[in-house]
Structure formats: structure tokens, C-alpha cells
Design a protein around this ligand. Sequence first.
Ligand code: ZN
Ligand code: ZN
Length: 75
Amino acid sequence: MDTLCPHCHRAMRWKQGNLFYCEGCCKAYQQFALCPDCNKPLEKMQACGAVDYFCQHGHGLISKKRITLNYAEDK
Ligand SMILES: [Zn+2]
Ligand SMILES: [Zn+2]
């Protein structure tokens, strides 16, 4: 699935790690995964190519399908 720019909704190009680049805005955005239950940032855990998200605020492991994605402009 394409990662869409939070600002102009164009498909962004993946750069590295959590960084995506939007050619429409000429800006890079950092992607954050948020807990769907408490809206706090999730810890990303990578093991054997699979990515899991963990909420440190009592919600435990969160399935990738349930996470909320948020973007912040990279400075
Ligand atoms: Zn954009
Ligand atoms: Zn949570």
C-alpha cells in the first residue's frame, strides 16, 4: 500500500527507516505508529523480518492492522 503524504495526499517515496519523502511538498516526513487505544507512540519491534508494535502503556502487543499512523515533518 502507498504511504500518502499527510499534507497533499500524494504517494510518498520511502527513504530510510521511518522516513518518507513527498515530491509534492519537497519535504520529508517521519512516520509514527500510535496505539489505537491510548494514542501514544508504540515501540516498533523487528524480528525475523516481521514487525510488531508494543504499547508500553498497558495495551501490550498491537497488531499491525490496528495501529494508527501519524506523520511529523522531518527537520
Ligand atoms: Zn506532500
Ligand atoms: Zn496503548
